[in-house]
Design a protein around this ligand. Structure first.
Ligand code: C5P
Length: 228
């Protein structure tokens, strides 16, 4: 990836899980490591772009040259992303956003009820960050991720259309793939890049490779989408 292709371009990337509070000491979350999003940030800097990384709670060092904004919940992630939209040219949603959050997080620690074997938590849907941003009249080039266990490309194409995206990176997270160390938590990934070109939808298969290599290809294609 040339070091000037992204010059003058602002790329905003979300990475990692979100954390949805249940009370002051507990939360709902998931196992996203944030590695793919951080690799994208690194590759985006290498392209010469200005890069803002909106990170959920992860244990990763900030790549050199990246402006990192730490958030916890999906609502905070959306608010932070919206605040960057006036200068954003390419938005890449790599975060594993929690689909639901507690309707009303408890103000104080929820106490164990010795005589009640059940506890009911009422959850409400989180906003879909990438779909919300894609629906804006001033939306940048929008790149999403889709993790599927079957019909990977077909489901991802459907997601591309449904969320109003320009490009989607489809990952196979079936058990067979995970056994080979691909996908969540690992350092390697295989994927299919899917993007719109006029009325057409084009695809490019990327075999298993280091996440940083795959990230370069995603950034490169996203920059091409910006020119389309
Ligand atoms: O619908 P699904 O969660 O499979 O879609 C994944 C894509 O949508 C990813 O790009 C993810 O970052 C984004 N997403 C989002 N906000 C949500 C859920 C998913 O931006 N609430």
């Amino acid at each position: 990836l040339g070091s000037t292709q992204g010059q003058g371009i602002h790329i905003v990337i979300t990475a990692g899980p979100t954390r949805e509070p249940l009370d002051p000491v507990r939360y709902l979350s998931n196992h996203s490591s944030g590695k793919m999003g951080f690799a994208l940030a690194e590759a985006a800097v290498a392209s010469g772009a200005r890069v803002t990384l909106i990170a959920g709670p992860v244990n990763l060092p900030t790549p050199a040259g990246v402006t990192r904004l730490d958030v916890e919940s999906a609502v905070q992630m959306l608010d932070t992303a919206e605040s960057l939209m006036d200068t954003c040219d390419i938005f890449i949603g790599c975060a594993a956003v929690a689909d639901y959050r507690a309707e009303s997080p408890a103000e104080h620690k929820i106490k164990k009820q010795d005589h009640q074997p059940e506890l009911t938590l009422r959850l409400i849907k989180n906003p879909d960050i990438i779909a919300t941003l894609a629906a804006r009249p001033d939306s940048p080039v929008m790149v999403g991720f889709a993790a599927e266990t079957r019909n990977v490309v077909a489901y991802a194409q459907d997601k591309l259309k449904r969320k109003g995206l320009d490009m989607i990176v489809a990952n196979d997270v079936s058990a067979e793939q995970m056994q080979q160390g691909l996908g969540f938590g690992g350092d390697r990934n295989a994927a299919t890049l899917i993007w719109r070109q006029g009325e057409d939808i084009l695809t490019q298969d990327e075999p298993a490779q280091d996440k940083i290599q795959l990230a370069s290809k995603v950034i490169s294609q996203a920059l091409k989408c910006l020119e389309l």
